[in-house]
Design a protein around this ligand. Structure first.
Ligand code: DP6
Length: 318
């Protein structure tokens, strides 16, 4: 008896970077994201004698997964589980694999163990694993903010279709995880308090831009949030530099397209990959321009997608 759930990564347009000094994995700043469609994490859970986590065919001792299961078990009856997870995109390279991973896991565990959670409660479960995972419970444009820090849908995926390209500029996992990196920024950057203080105003402006479907306003705000987060990373001690030369080249190309009137903007997370978001009718031009950047390996293509959902298997009580 097993239960399978599917979830998609999301890309934050307004970034979360830094946690509150409190239990529950609570962000220090609100965030706003888009859930993607073609990138997928598929996770199957089954009862076992002890916990075991397999990722992309290999057994891994993932401390974050074990810690998260322990925190879920403090509130819910969850037996030992075999967890088998597969990503159809590069893992741990700044592509939000932990977001889709914990969203799929929370969805599978909820159904398999008959926890009967609401979508909002499931998002809280996912957040305990990885705060960005709370957002992948929902599709389209999603917000995550206090005081409850449960993600909420803002606009469904069909309401404002956009195209996303992910330019892969380096393979392999990043040197410093998001969790470790944001803690370093919180404890060492002289700009961390200013980052937190400005977040609510930035969030309100972006929320308004999305509701008005104002692409140019969204583009300005998303690029500003991304660059502000990377400035915070750079000001941490030791500095966090997630970019490589090709990352910068891609950012320049997207900037040149924008200056030429193309409706596109770029964003980068805790890794070297560049995500370009554009209107559907600009897709060919954007993909062509990124494809000409020397050093860009693959270009992944996605639209906006749905929230986490069960794929197959009959849920049962544990
Ligand atoms: C740069 O959600 O991976 O992608 O809560 O510690 O697991 P943890 O961090 P995580 O951080 C995501 C950081 C980001 C920005 C974002 O997605 O908002």
């Amino acid at each position: 008896m097993q239960t399978t759930a599917v979830a998609h990564p999301n890309i934050a347009l307004l970034k979360y970077w830094g946690k509150q000094d409190a239990p529950g994995n609570l962000p220090a700043t609100p965030s706003l994201s888009i859930t993607l469609d073609s990138l997928t994490t598929t996770t199957t859970v089954a009862e076992a004698d002890f916990d075991q986590f397999r990722l992309n065919g290999q057994v891994v001792a993932d401390a974050k997964v074990l810690r998260t299961l322990a925190s879920w078990r403090r509130h819910h009856p969850i037996p030992p589980l075999t967890i088998t997870s597969h990503n159809n995109f590069p893992t741990a390279a700044g592509l939000a694999s932990s977001a889709s991973g914990f969203a799929a896991l929370a969805t599978a565990v909820d159904a398999h163990c008959g926890l009967d959670l609401t979508q909002v409660e499931r998002s809280e479960l996912a957040r305990r694993g990885s705060a960005s995972a709370a957002r992948s419970i929902h599709g389209g444009f999603v917000i995550l903010r206090g005081p409850d820090w449960q993600a909420q849908p803002l606009l469904p995926e069909a309401a404002w279709p956009l195209q996303v390209f992910v330019a892969i500029t380096a393979a392999g996992p990043k040197a410093v995880s998001s969790t470790a990196g944001m803690e370093r920024s919180r404890t060492s950057s002289p700009y961390f308090d200013a980052w937190v203080a400005s977040a609510e105003v930035d969030f309100a402006a972006m929320r308004q831009a999305v509701c008005a479907r104002d692409f140019n306003a969204l583009a300005d705000l998303a690029e500003a949030s991304c660059l502000k987060m990377h400035a915070l990373m750079l000001s941490s001690h030791p500095p966090l530099l997630y970019w490589n030369g090709v990352t910068v080249e891609c950012l320049q190309v997207i900037r040149a397209l924008r200056e030429d009137g193309c409706q596109v903007f770029a964003t980068v997370d805790a890794g070297p990959q560049v995500k370009a978001v554009c209107k559907l009718d600009e897709a060919k031009r954007v993909e062509g321009a990124l494809g000409q950047v020397a050093g860009v390996g693959r270009i992944l293509r996605a639209g906006l997608g749905p929230g986490a959902a069960l794929r197959q298997g009959r849920p049962r009580s544990c």
